[in-house]
Design a protein around this ligand. Structure first.
Ligand SMILES: Cc1cc2nc3c(=O)[nH]c(=O)nc-3n(C[C@H](O)[C@H](O)[C@H](O)COP(=O)(O)OP(=O)(O)OC[C@H]3O[C@@H](n4cnc5c(N)ncnc54)[C@H](O)[C@@H]3O)c2cc1C
Ligand code: HEM
Length: 404
């Protein structure tokens, strides 16, 4: 544990580091990847280019430093990140590498202002924060491996079926090559896929939420093809769509994640999704009707139009039940959609609509989708007075801030 003097140094220098946030973290990654190019097998290159991961990692180190004398207070945040780290295969031996290069970057950017006293205090603080992550992750590694059907690291799965769900979304049904049992999961959780692509120097890892209910002899993921317009096409999603076929092998790590459906609660549940954010919500929908057949469920899905609306039949079948209400929003319906009355509401999901159609007073809200969709839902729920404890969401990338 740090002494009071070092605690004071840390707390007083956090604002300085935050001020130089992007400069320090950009330098940090330059230095780290320069000395350890093998880490480019783990980090997401597109997140790097967009600066998303930069903010996430160093920002969290600073945030954690403010709680250096009470890390317990930020345990939920540590756990959320630890799930991602475990799913990616981050190990204790990686931590000193990050620590060393973060300190080097701080020194580089702050120059003489970073005295030995300050650097030593930060080295100590980083060590304490890293130990907190390492111990939470150790438990997660243990559980992933030793649970029923579990495994360590990446296991080989065969693509048993590849099914086109819409113009942009395709599902992959994955069965273990060794034909042994697979670990169960909690709806909302994801797996990581590690791809070795021909002609690519590095492996690329991406997360995909499990889109079917647990308890099957396969995992299903449903992947949207990320076509770049101004930017390059998404690497892994396009590769999966174009190059991975039935019979091919994919390496995946055991299910992870803390965005999970709480089936202990019996109050109404509202599942809202935009686009491919549908995947964890569908897993939740399928599970809740199985394990809580009496629970009141509202399923709201927003898409541009029927061309990109995936897994519609699956949702419709479930929505035939008395306790399930389903609503489809299209913001750009086609003429055919209008003619066939393929949707319930034209436009976006608004607070006004939510107020009139769901149980604002007591429901649990789960949502996932593009960031503007999530920001809008979050804002509406807050304006309607829904307590944070009833609001749950997942980012399909490094966790951002919905309040910005
Ligand atoms: C927990 C979790 C669950 C997820 N679940 C799902 C799911 O169920 N289904 C699903 O489809 N996806 C899901 N995702 C997203 C998925 O992990 C990938 O991020 C997604 O498939 C895109 O990966 P990619 O390799 O195709 O794109 P990347 O190559 O990673 O590119 C991502 C984006 O960055 C842009 N980009 C690339 N290079 C640059 C550059 N140089 N400058 C600027 N922009 C650039 C691309 O155009 C693209 O839009 C999930 C993510 C998380 C974190
Ligand atoms: C105390 C130290 C660390 C902190 C505070 C930290 C924090 C974070 C945060 C906040 C995220 C984003 C999580 C999310 O919302 O999805 C993340 C992801 C990640 N972390 Fe860490 N991390 C630490 C150490 C490490 C180490 C040691 C490694 C490996 C060398 C590592 C590799 C990664 C990778 C690869 C991702 C996913 C990034 C991506 O997809 O680009 N982290 N980390």
């Amino acid at each position: 544990m740090l002494d009071q003097k070092n605690i004071d140094i840390i707390k007083s220098t956090v604002p300085v580091l935050e001020k130089h946030g992007e400069t320090i973290t950009t330098r940090f990654y330059q230095l780290m990847f320069g000395n350890h190019p093998e880490l480019l097998n783990i980090f997401n290159h597109a997140n790097q280019k967009q600066g998303r991961q930069q903010k996430a990692l160093a920002g969290t180190v600073y945030a954690a430093a403010m709680y250096i004398d009470n890390l317990e207070a930020i345990l939920p945040v540590v756990k959320q990140i630890a799930h991602k780290h475990r799913s990616l295969g981050i190990k204790p031996e990686h931590y000193p590498i990050v620590g060393k290069h973060l300190l080097m970057a701080i020194k580089d950017v702050l120059g003489d202002a970073a005295t030995d006293e300050i650097i030593n205090a930060w080295a100590e603080a980083y060590g304490v924060i890293a130990d907190a992550f390492i111990s939470v992750e150790a438990e997660m590694y243990d559980e992933a491996e030793h649970q029923r059907g579990g495994w360590d690291g990446f296991r080989q799965f065969i693509v048993d079926r590849k099914v086109k769900e819409s113009e942009v979304i395709t599902s992959f049904y994955l069965k273990p090559e060794d034909q042994r049992e697979i670990a169960s999961f909690i709806p909302g959780q994801y797996i990581s896929i590690k791809l070795e692509m021909e002609g690519e120097k590095f492996t690329h890892i991406r997360q995909y939420s499990l889109s079917d209910a647990p308890g099957k002899d396969y995992y299903r993921i449903s992947v949207k093809r990320e076509a770049g317009t101004a930017n390059p096409d998404g690497m892994v999603s396009n590769y999966l769509h174009d190059n991975v076929n039935e019979g091919d092998i994919l390496k995946i790590s055991a299910p992870a994640g803390d965005f999970i459906l709480d089936t202990e609660k019996t109050t109404p549940v509202v599942l809202l999704s935009g686009g491919v954010g549908l995947t964890p919500m569908l897993s939740m929908l399928k599970t809740v009707v199985e394990v809580q057949p009496e629970r009141n469920v509202t399923f709201v899905h927003a898409a541009a139009n029927s061309n990109v609306h995936a897994l519609r039949d699956e949702v419709e079948q479930i929505a035939a039940r008395d306790n399930v209400n389903s609503f489809v929003f299209y913001d750009s319906p086609t003429d055919e959609d209008r003619l066939n009355e393929q949707f319930d509401v034209e436009g976006f999901v608004t607070g006004e609509w939510l107020k009139d159609h769901v149980s604002i007073e007591d429901a649990e809200f789960y949502f996932c989708g593009p960031v503007p969709f999530m920001k809008s839902i979050n804002r509406s729920l807050k304006e309607l007075g829904v307590d944070e404890s009833r609001i749950h969401f997942e980012f399909f990338g490094p966790k951002g801030n919905l309040e910005e």
